[in-house]
Design a protein around this ligand. Structure first.
Ligand SMILES: Cc1cc2nc3c(=O)[nH]c(=O)nc-3n(C[C@H](O)[C@H](O)[C@H](O)COP(=O)(O)O)c2cc1C
Length: 178
């Protein structure tokens, strides 16, 4: 399958990026899938303005920015992995901008497989990880997506997660077993 990895962190070499890259290494190890990595936070994606233009224009968004190209990639993918730092018990605003704009073509994007990766400073077991997992479970149910995995890690400074060999191995194996 074709897998799209989305990094919703503004830190291009942060913990989310590190774990997505580790997942990518695991995926590439088997050669079974194609994979594309996107730094969503670097794109110009404006907030949904709820104008409903999309609903009378075949799923096309009225706003002209980087959303449509990323949505094309999402539509082409079999599996989308949403990667985010934890911000205030939630995903980042940068990733949320893209998710909100999916509203423009909910029919088109039905039936995907998805994965979720989030990294927070707080220890695993804190409520943000459960909240993020539940949020994606609800979105997945609404859009007919199959939630393949939701995997979390705890790290604070940018890239610090690399020093945690067990977590790095967990994400490599996750990619290898997809
Ligand atoms: C605005 C902001 C809000 C944050 N809120 C939380 C939070 O609610 N819970 C948590 O565990 N960590 C929180 N953190 C810490 C980050 O999730 C953590 O540093 C993470 O490793 C960042 O991932 P990144 O390196 O991929 O950007 C917050 C960080 C920022 C900048």
């Amino acid at each position: 399958m074709s897998i799209l990895l989305l990094n919703g962190s503004p830190r291009a070499k942060g913990n989310t990026a590190t774990l997505l890259r580790q997942l990518e290494s695991g995926i590439e190890e088997t050669g079974a899938h194609s994979v594309r990595y996107v730094d969503v936070a670097r794109l110009n994606i404006k907030p949904c303005i709820a104008c409903d233009y999309c609903h009378s224009h075949g799923g096309a968004c009225v706003q002209k920015d980087d959303f449509s190209a990323l949505m094309e990639q999402a539509l082409e993918a079999d599996c989308i992995v949403f990667g985010s730092p934890v911000y205030w018990w939630n995903i980042s605003a940068q990733l949320k901008l893209f998710i909100d704009r999916i509203y423009s073509n909910m029919e088109g994007i039905r039936g995907k497989k998805i994965g979720v990766i989030a990294v927070g400073a707080e220890p695993l077991g804190d409520s943000e990880y459960r909240l993020i997992q539940e949020q994606f479970a609800c979105i997945a149910q609404h859009l007919g997506w199959e939630l393949l995995f939701a995997e979390f890690a705890s790290a604070y400074p940018a890239g610090a997660v690399r020093e945690d060999a067990a977590v790095m191995e967990r994400f490599f194996q996750l990619g290898k077993n997809l």
